[in-house]
Design a protein around this ligand. Structure first.
Ligand code: DGL
Length: 270
C-alpha cells in the first residue's frame, strides 16, 4: 500500500466531521475520504448486529476507494464493533474510544470523570473499562444522552430547547463532583459551548478527536504509511442521503471548507 493513498473516516452522520477537522490540522498532507451514513443516523440505539453490518458496508466502500487506513470517527461503532472490524480488514483501523479515555485520564486531577455518550456506548461500558484499567482509583459516572444526536443533525445548537435538554441530562451528573467530562460521541463537540455553559467552568470537557488524530498519525508512521512529501489531493465526502444539507452543515463545522458530497447507496457494499 502506498503512503500517498487516502485515509478513510466515517460516522453515522455529521458528527465525524469533528474528527475530520482535527485530522485536517494534524495530518495536512493526507487526503481524507469521509462517509456519513445520514440515511441511517442515529446508530446509538441500534443493536450490535445492525451497527456492525452498517460499519462493514461503509468500510468495504472505503476500501473500494483505495484507502490505506481507516479511522472510525464514531464512538458507537468504536465501542461495539471495533474489534470485529479490525479482525475482518487487513489495513490499520483505529477507533476514538481508547484515545478518548487516555485523554480523560490525563485531564483529571480528582479522579472523578463523567462520560456522556450514546446508549450503545454507555451500555458497552467501554469507557469505564479503559479508564479503570489506566488507573483503578478513577471513578466513572456515566449518562446516555440520546437526544443530542438528532439535535445536532437538525442544526439545533443554540436554542433554549437544546439548553433545557442539556440540563435535564447533565444536572444530576455534575452533582457527582466530576472534574472532567468526556464528550463520548463525535456529535457532542458541536454542542460544546452550550454544554460548558450548563456544567460550569470548573469541569474540563474532553474531546477525544485530538488524541485520536495524534494516535492515528503514530499508527500511519509505524506502518510506513504517513504521507510526508505530497500535498494532499482534494478530500472527498460521501453520504447516504441529504447531500445538500450535509454540505451546508459541513462548511460550518470545517470553517468554510467548501465541499460537494456525493450520495452513495451503501447497501451494495455487503
Ligand atoms: N457520532 C456517533 C458517536 O460518536 C454516533 C451517534 C449516533 O448515530 O447515535 O457515537
Amino acid at each position: 500500500m502506498s503512503s500517498i493513498a487516502p485515509i478513510g473516516a466515517f460516522d453515522s452522520g455529521m458528527g465525524g466531521l469533528t474528527v475530520v477537522k482535527e485530522l485536517m490540522q494534524q495530518l495536512p498532507n493526507e487526503q481524507i475520504i469521509y462517509y456519513g451514513d445520514t440515511a441511517r443516523v442515529p446508530y446509538g440505539d441500534k443493536s450490535k448486529e445492525t451497527i456492525l453490518t452498517y460499519a462493514r458496508q461503509i468500510m468495504n466502500f472505503l476500501v473500494d476507494q483505495g484507502v490505506k487506513a481507516i479511522i472510525v470517527a464514531c464512538n458507537t461503532v468504536s465501542a461495539v464493533a471495533l474489534e470485529d472490524l479490525k479482525n475482518e480488514f487487513d489495513i490499520p483501523v483505529i477507533g476514538v474510544v481508547k484515545p478518548g479515555a487516555k485523554a480523560a485520564a490525563e485531564s483529571t486531577h480528582t479522579g472523578r470523570i463523567g462520560v456522556i455518550a450514546t446508549r450503545a456506548t454507555i451500555n458497552s461500558g467501554i469507557y469505564r473499562d479503559f479508564l479503570c484499567r489506566t488507573n483503578p482509583e478513577i471513578e466513572v459516572f456515566q449518562q446516555a444522552c440520546p437526544l443530542f444526536v438528532p439535535l445536532v443533525e437538525e442544526g439545533w445548537i443554540d436554542n433554549e430547547i437544546t439548553d433545557m435538554i442539556i440540563h435535564r441530562y447533565l444536572d444530576d451528573l455534575v452533582k457527582n463532583n466530576i472534574d472532567s467530562l468526556v464528550l463520548g460521541c463525535t456529535h457532542y463537540p458541536l454542542l460544546r459551548d452550550r454544554i460548558q455553559l450548563a456544567v460550569g467552568d470548573g469541569i474540563t470537557l474532553v474531546n477525544p478527536a485530538f488524541e485520536t488524530s495524534r494516535e492515528f498519525k503514530y499508527v500511519l508512521e509505524e506502518n510506513g504509511l504517513l504521507n510526508e512529501n505530497e500535498a494532499a489531493a482534494p478530500h472527498r465526502f460521501y453520504v447516504s442521503d441529504g447531500a445538500a444539507r450535509f454540505a451546508d452543515f459541513a462548511a460550518r463545522i470545517l470553517n468554510g471548507y467548501t465541499l460537494t458530497p456525493e450520495s452513495v447507496t451503501i447497501h451494495a457494499f455487503d
